[in-house]
Each structure stands twice: as structure tokens, then as C-alpha cells.
Design a protein around this ligand. Structure first.
Ligand SMILES: CC(C)(COP(=O)(O)OP(=O)(O)OC[C@H]1O[C@@H](n2cnc3c(N)ncnc32)[C@H](O)[C@@H]1OP(=O)(O)O)[C@@H](O)C(=O)NCCC(=O)NCCS
Length: 184
């Protein structure tokens, strides 16, 4: 791996100007990790959809209820990021919605650095848990979450383009006591 690890990484909040790089890292993630099980046309369809658009990423970055963090290297720039948003089915919880480290930098602690920083920053939100879904066949993602203390709560079918795959839902209990959001 040709990555200078002697230089300190900065973890900071994402800016709207990072959105194109976040999209690029997401595409790189899909085109490395998911190539074994998501067909090319379905990867392309998803990557051209709203979830990975610059508009959506920019909205997530500025959203006051969200957290978007990047890991930045002095020479290589932004090499990883994550986004956390409210978990729609249960407002006491949060959801890790995107989490990608550049392929050249994987398995060198960048993901752990980002997740630790995020957990520190969301403490004040007093959420009861952090949820994440990962393709059930994404063995690396699942190993990461299990190592980080998440536990498997469900496996549910998911449509990706015209193919059906499985999502593995994981939960990391947090100490918070965030009250359920009551509409109105
Ligand atoms: C998942 C991901 C973000 C993890 O980031 P990372 O910087 O590589 O992770 P870390 O180096 O902090 O790894 C922490 C631990 O996770 C586990 N892990 C990470 N990569 C692993 C791999 N390839 N195989 C097995 N375990 C792995 C290990 O327990 C590791 O600790 P160790 O290296 O001391 O054994 C990164 O692999 C990635 O971007 N993958 C592609 C996108 C993706 O799958 N995202 C998650 C689903 S949304």
C-alpha cells in the first residue's frame, strides 16, 4: 500500500465543497466492494440516482440534524467520510447512512478514526442507538461493524435496480435518552 501514514490525518466536518469528492469515494466504494454481487447495470443505476447526487450530498452536509465527517490527509486530501442522519422509523435513533474509505487507505485505521470521532460528536444528541445497513454479502463491511460493537438485528430483502439482494441491519446501542419525536 503506497500511503504515507506518517502524516497526521485530520477529521473535520464536511463542507459543501467536499460533495463531489464524497460522490467520487462512494462510486469507488461501489466499484470495488460491490462488484462481486451487484450487477454493473444495477450499480450504475443506483450511483446515478438521488442518493449519490451532489444535491443530496450537499443537503446532507448542511442539514442541522445530520453529521458528515471527512478524514483528510495533508497530501492526498479527503480519503474517507461518513454521514449520519436521523433514523426515520425511530427518531430516538440515528443511522449511519454512508461510510467509505478510499481503497488505497483501507485497513489502516481510517474507518475506525472516523467512527470514533462521530460517536464523540453525536454524544450530545442522546440517541439510543446508531443503526446501519450493509449488503449481507459485504463481508468486509460486516466485519468492520461487528468489530466496532454493532450487533446484527435483521436481514431484509432489498431491491437494487432489478435485482434482489439482502441488507443486514446492525445496531450499536448508545447511552443516550433522546426522546421520541412527537409530530406537531
Ligand atoms: C468498511 C470500511 C469503511 C472500513 O474502513 P477501514 O478504514 O478499512 O477500517 P479500519 O482499518 O479502521 O478497520 C477496523 C477493523 O475492521 C475490521 N476490518 C476492516 N477491514 C477488514 C477486512 N478487509 N477484512 C476483515 N476485517 C476487516 C478489522 O477488525 C479491523 O481491525 P484490524 O485491522 O485491527 O484487524 C472500508 O472497508 C470501506 O470503505 N469499504 C467499502 C465501503 C463499505 O463497505 N462501506 C460500509 C458499508 S456502507
Amino acid at each position: 500500500m503506497n500511503t504515507p501514514t506518517d502524516q497526521p490525518l485530520l477529521v473535520r466536518k464536511a463542507r459543501v465543497s467536499d460533495a463531489p469528492r464524497l460522490r467520487q469515494l462512494g462510486i469507488l466504494g461501489w466499484e470495488t466492494t460491490y462488484t462481486d454481487f451487484i450487477r454493473p447495470e444495477n450499480r450504475a443505476a443506483y450511483l446515478s440516482g438521488a442518493f449519490w447526487s451532489i444535491e443530496t450530498l450537499s443537503r446532507v452536509i448542511v442539514g442541522p440534524e445530520n453529521l458528515a465527517l471527512v478524514a483528510e490527509h495533508p497530501q492526498s486530501g479527503v480519503i474517507g467520510f461518513l454521514t449520519i442522519e436521523p433514523y426515520a422509523p425511530d427518531r430516538r435513533k440515528l443511522e449511519l447512512t454512508r461510510f467509505y474509505v478510499h481503497p488505497d487507505w483501507r485497513r489502516s485505521g481510517v474507518g475506525s478514526l472516523l467512527l470514533d470521532a462521530a460517536l464523540e460528536q453525536i454524544k450530545h444528541l442522546h440517541a439510543s442507538a446508531l443503526m446501519v445497513n450493509v449488503f449481507a454479502r459485504n463481508a468486509v463491511g460486516r466485519a468492520f461493524y461487528e468489530r466496532a460493537g454493532f450487533h446484527l438485528v435483521d436481514i431484509v430483502p432489498v431491491m437494487v435496480g432489478d435485482q434482489i439482494d439482502d441488507d443486514a441491519w446492525y445496531e450499536l446501542p448508545l447511552d443516550g435518552d433522546k426522546q421520541a419525536h412527537t409530530p406537531g
